[in-house]
Ligand binder design. Structure first.
Ligand SMILES: Nc1ncnc2c1ncn2[C@@H]1O[C@H](COP(=O)(O)OP(=O)(O)OP(=O)(O)O)[C@@H](O)[C@H]1O
Ligand SMILES: [Mg+2]
Length: 327
């Protein structure tokens, strides 16, 4: 089966004009504003199979949103090609748009003054969703997201998390085959984040919807994505299993220790960086290659009850990856 998304040498250069300070600057700008080109995305290549849920990671300004906007047809690339479901996204064919959805955590698409239910009726009309399918899906989605009671409340009165759930419902009512999610959990509390995460997992699992997701929250990525694509300054620097990324780039391991009696923090500092200290328990960050030797040393010298060698979080790995590729 051919991939559902394929991207070939895709690039985007934004052109903007530099404005000089003050009114004179504004006027001068009318005549000879200085042109600035920003290469947001640079010759990227990847493909995604039907049913995959891929994390698209990168620091601020890396080119994630730009890529999602090209793939959902909002903007044209400067160069290169992409096919999603056999379509060139930026041709914006109706038959394409009816099969995809883009949700942006930072940008509301729902009508502010209307209750969710009424916005959804508009969506039903636009996408020509048959009544029975619409009703069944609305019921299912709002139940899964635990938001049934809020369908008739104007969106402006909802909390950020509740609004995001409404946005997701709106994006999924037409049952898209491909879903682009740009930071769907941004700014949400941990409970709402988890509900949305579980929901996406279930949705991808049951309906085999292909999902490309950006998030700055590594909890999302760890919970959802087996595969990640990492982009930095417009260039893809990793594409593969999250697990491999962690193994390859983690420079440290964490020793989780419990002691038979309280020890002094100073005694631990000799072995590595103490990242947590609670008297009879502690966590120590040690360099990857030396973790077993250090564990053996600690066992010899301190009254250890239990010791566990753990991987560092994905957060740490991704951060170190960016700092390596920026230097
Ligand atoms: N409309 C625009 N005009 C000019 N430059 C832009 C425009 N949109 C984005 N850029 C620039 O393109 C680059 C990539 O931006 P993009 O929004 O794709 O990053 P991102 O990876 O989504 O970052 P973030 O994690 O902060 O959302 C940045 O340098 C940004 O300043
Ligand atoms: Mg972005």
């Amino acid at each position: 089966m051919p991939p559902i998304i394929s991207v070939n040498n895709l690039s985007k250069i934004y052109t903007s004009y530099k404005k000089q300070a003050g009114i004179r600057g504004s006027l001068r700008h009318l005549f000879r504003g200085e042109k600035i080109a920003t290469q947001a995305v640079q010759n990227i290549n990847f493909s995604i199979d039907e049913g995959e849920l891929v994390g698209f990671l990168g620091p601020n300004g890396a080119g994630k949103t730009t890529t999602l906007k090209m793939l959902s047809g909002i903007i044209h690339p400067t160069n290169g090609e992409a096919k999603v479901l056999g379509f060139t996204p930026w041709e914006r064919k109706t038959s394409y748009l009816k099969q995809i959805s883009l949700v942006m955590g930072q940008k509301a698409q729902l009508w502010w003054d209307l209750p969710g239910r009424e916005s959804f009726l508009l969506t039903r009309a636009i996408y020509e969703i048959p009544d029975n399918e619409f009703n069944a899906r609305l019921k299912k989605l709002s139940t899964l997201l635990k938001i049934t009671k809020l369908l008739d409340v104007p969106v402006r009165q909802l909390s950020l998390g509740e609004r995001m759930k409404m946005e997701l419902i709106n994006a999924l009512l037409h049952n898209p085959r491909v879903l682009f999610l740009d930071e769907p959990t941004i700014g949400l509390d941990v409970v709402a984040q988890k509900i949305i995460r579980d929901f996406l997992k279930e949705f991808n699992h049951v309906l085999k919807t292909t999902i490309l997701l950006t998030s700055h929250y590594m909890e999302d990525v760890e919970a959802l994505c087996r595969r990640v694509i990492v982009i930095n300054q417009g260039v893809i620097i990793y594409d593969g299993l999250l697990e491999t990324l962690v193994k390859k780039y983690a420079r440290y391991k964490i020793l989780k220790l419990t002691f038979l009696k309280e020890i002094k923090k100073a005694d631990l500092k000799l072995f590595g960086k103490v990242v947590h200290f609670g008297g009879i328990s502690a966590e120590l960050q040690v360099s990857r290659g030396k973790s077993t030797d250090i564990a053996a040393e600690i066992l010899k010298k301190l009254p250890v009850d239990d010791i566990l060698i753990d991987e560092v979080g994905v957060n740490e790995v991704v951060r170190s990856l960016f700092s390596v590729s920026n230097s």
